[in-house]
Ligand binder design. Structure first.
Ligand SMILES: Cc1ncc(C[n+]2csc(CCOP(=O)(O)OP(=O)(O)O)c2C)c(N)n1
Length: 328
């Protein structure tokens, strides 16, 4: 599908996009550090390298829209507008967390910011997002629901059942595949029977598109295109963004299934670096301005992490936790 140029060169827009990407990256870096220090328990799935996909999607959404992310949810949660404080608090198990400390890294719902949150069960958010879209259409609510999933999840039946119903009922849902080339250690090239996940759209009589997920402008444009198709009532859309997670799948992954050359290639396509270069080369921001934005994002993430750590003594009582988990 042809993309018309909708690239936004406005300085404040570009500063906003860069800020989201820095916040996502610094959040992940701080999270890794806190895990290594033993201050956070459980596991975590970092999305370093996938910032253009997160920011590009979220900047194209409105506050009427909803997302249902995956286990690798931090970047989308931050880009949708949640505070880093509430996200760090969640991982510290404190009552200031988005799920009052009961969820941890993979469970960061935030209704105020149109984010239903995710679950550890791969592919389980897709039917939920489709259900939100059904509610929107059935009850005449404005908005689009976004089912975010990985290339690994694309083989699950939940996606295929959801795409079928969404197409039949022309539901306002964007199926957003973040293809980072691996599902744990399994390369997507060996696990998916078609060249691109988006090729599957044709089987469900819907539109599909595969784009470069490391170029912010490309992702943003593709999202605008897909979202306007959906908002015009033309039915669901399957958008696949090609990206790479530069860290292991989770904390314990030593990445033995991929080569140093492959990692070096993707490091040369780091989405933040690409965007910084583009902004500087096109004269939208100077290198000094870029450094200032970077420093202020870093400082902000550090501050929010420290404050969340200080406040992490505030925890739900056992009774409060039970009251939240079980109906009376
Ligand atoms: C139903 C189910 N099967 C298997 C797992 C184990 N698992 C956790 S993440 C993951 C890989 C998911 O890959 P992908 O959907 O590509 O997302 P990514 O981790 O690359 O972001 C698997 C198999 C799980 N959590 N749930």
């Amino acid at each position: 599908m042809f993309l018309e140029s909708n690239v936004n060169k406005d300085k404040s827009f570009c500063t906003g996009a860069l800020t989201l990407m820095y916040n996502s990256r610094f959040f992940e870096e701080k999270t890794e550090e806190l895990f290594k220090q033993g201050l956070i328990h459980g596991t975590t799935h970092l999305a370093n390298g996938q910032e253009a996909s997160q920011a590009g999607l979220c900047m194209a959404l409105t506050d009427k829209d909803w997302i249902v992310p995956t286990h690798r949810c931090h970047g989308f949660t931050i880009c949708r507008g949640s505070s880093a404080y509430s996200m760090f608090s969640e991982m510290f198990g404190s009552s200031h967390g988005l799920a009052k400390g009961l969820g941890g890294s993979m469970h960061m719902p935030d209704r105020e910011h149109g984010n239903l949150g995710s679950s550890a069960v791969v592919g389980s958010g897709i039917p939920l997002a489709t259900g939100i879209a059904f509610d929107m259409k059935y009850n005449g609510k404005e908005g689009v629901s976004v089912a975010i999933f990985g290339d690994g999840a694309s083989g699950r039946g939940s996606l295929h059942e959801s795409m079928n119903l969404a197409s039949i009922w022309k539901l306002p849902v964007l199926f957003y595949c973040e293809n980072n080339l691996y599902g744990m250690s399994a390369p997507s090239s060996a696990m998916i029977s078609v060249p691109h996940v988006a090729d599957r759209a044709a089987a469900y009589n819907m539109s599909g598109l595969t784009v470069d997920g490391n170029d912010f402008d490309t992702v943003y444009e593709a999202c605008l295109k897909a979202l306007s198709h959906i908002r015009e009532g033309k039915g669901p859309f399957l958008l696949e963004v090609m990206t790479y997670r530069t860290k292991g799948h989770s904390k314990s992954d030593r990445r033995l299934y991929r080569t140093a050359e492959e990692e070096a290639y993707w490091a040369s396509r780091d989405p933040i670096m690409l965007y910084e270069n583009k902004l500087a080369n096109e004269g939208i921001l100077t290198r000094d301005e870029i450094s200032e934005i970077r420093e202020s994002c870093l400082e902000n993430i550090e501050k929010q992490a420290s404050r969340a750590l200080e406040d992490s003594i505030d925890r739900l009582t056992e009774q409060e936790a039970l009251d939240l988990v079980y109906a009376p």
